[in-house]
Design a protein around this ligand. Structure first.
Ligand SMILES: NC(=O)c1ccc[n+]([C@@H]2O[C@H](COP(=O)([O-])OP(=O)(O)OC[C@H]3O[C@@H](n4cnc5c(N)ncnc54)[C@H](OP(=O)(O)O)[C@@H]3O)[C@@H](O)[C@H]2O)c1
Length: 314
């Protein structure tokens, strides 16, 4: 790593924040999410420098007040806080191949990925002299900066605290811990929950459709009554301490009983011509928990089947 300071083509002298002015920020990446980040940073008064591999995609945000960096290296030199919102980690390595960290440069990488990628990126950044935070954006572009927008961060606390006012411009920031992998772990866990919930709804609706029931009619009962009454966030929240204690008393219903219900869902799907892979997977996981000895536990004991003994240590 060279320590030679290159002249900053984007006038660093004008980038020092006063106690009342929003801090300068650089942003790499102007896909749909990058543009949303850029717009909210401009709205909140940050001096924003942008770079995008395809130059023309920066034209619109430059017209709205952003400064254009001709290279990613120039963008890195323009502000101590560098937000990276590219397709993936490899794109970040490509973009920053020729950039040099200035003292105090902080990279906040907002693309999603895997825990190993987050840890590798932390090592990559340390070798180049950057402080590094891994982050994920938990909302679509149109919600960035709005109420309910949550962004998750993990990695060292000091650069997070230092740049908290700028991070707050993007939405509600949550620092999850110093393990850089935590942000992507939460991201994939929450997205997995979203897809599983959506597929539960879509498979159930296909089952209703197989009997000529419209999705709109089925939604009245499924979403108007069943979900808010039977499978509620409050009841799941209440069950969390039991998961932590591995405490699954089966006095109100056992996993064996639930396996029978799962068998009915599989066979009903087959009889109605609805693909049964989804309930078959649920059945297989419940069966695995029974095999682990939880036949007389309640349904939450399926958690034990998901917790593989071969999982990597935190
Ligand atoms: N969009 C969403 O709803 C959403 C929601 C939450 C999180 N995110 C995250 O936000 C990040 C950006 O998403 P996005 O929707 O804006 O679009 P995207 O398609 O994931 O990323 C597009 C950006 O990556 C750049 N890029 C790709 N390969 C590159 C490379 N090798 N070198 C340099 N730049 C490269 C593109 O540059 P070019 O313009 O030159 O192609 C463009 O700026 C992703 O990691 C995504 O997971 C997106």
């Amino acid at each position: 790593m060279t320590t030679t300071q290159r002249p900053n083509p984007i006038s660093p002298a004008s980038t020092s924040p006063t106690p009342t002015s929003p801090a300068p920020v650089s942003l790499l990446g102007l896909g749909p999410m990058g543009v949303a980040l850029a717009d909210v940073l401009l709205e909140r008064g940050h001096r924003l420098t942008v770079w995008n591999r395809t130059r023309a995609k920066a034209d619109a945000v430059v017209a709205r007040g952003a400064h254009r960096a001709e290279t990613a290296a120039d963008a890195v030199a323009a502000a101590p806080l560098v937000l990276v919102c590219l397709k993936d980690y490899d794109a970040m390595y490509d973009a920053l191949a020729d950039a040099e960290a200035a003292p105090g440069s902080v990279i906040v990488n907002l693309n999603s990925g895997t825990p190993q990628e987050a840890r590798d990126a932390t090592a990559w950044a340390a070798e180049r002299g950057y402080a590094y935070l891994d982050g994920v954006i938990m909302v679509p572009p149109f919600l960035v900066g709005k109420e309910g927008a949550v962004l998750l961060y993990s990695g060292p606390r000091a650069p997070y605290d230092e740049h908290l006012p700028a991070l707050r411009s993007l939405g509600d920031p949550r620092h999850l811990g110093t393990d850089p992998a935590l942000a992507v772990i939460y991201n994939t866990a929450l997205l997995g929950m979203m897809y599983a919930t959506m597929n539960g709804w879509l498979h159930a609706t296909a089952l209703a459709d197989s009997a000529g029931v419209s999705a709109a009619d089925f939604a009245d009962l499924a979403l108007g009554w069943f979900m808010p009454t039977v499978v509620t966030p409050a009841s799941m929240h209440e069950s969390a301490p039991a998961l932590d204690r591995a405490d699954y008393p089966g006095d109100l219903g056992t996993l064996e009983m639930n396996l029978t219900a799962l068998d009915h869902i599989v066979r009903t799907s087959e009889q109605q011509g609805v693909p049964a892979d989804h309930p078959r997977q649920l059945q297989a996981t419940a069966q695995a928990a029974v095999t682990l000895g939880h036949g007389q536990s309640n349904y939450l004991a399926v958690y034990e089947a998901f917790k593989s003994p071969s999982r990597p240590a935190a």
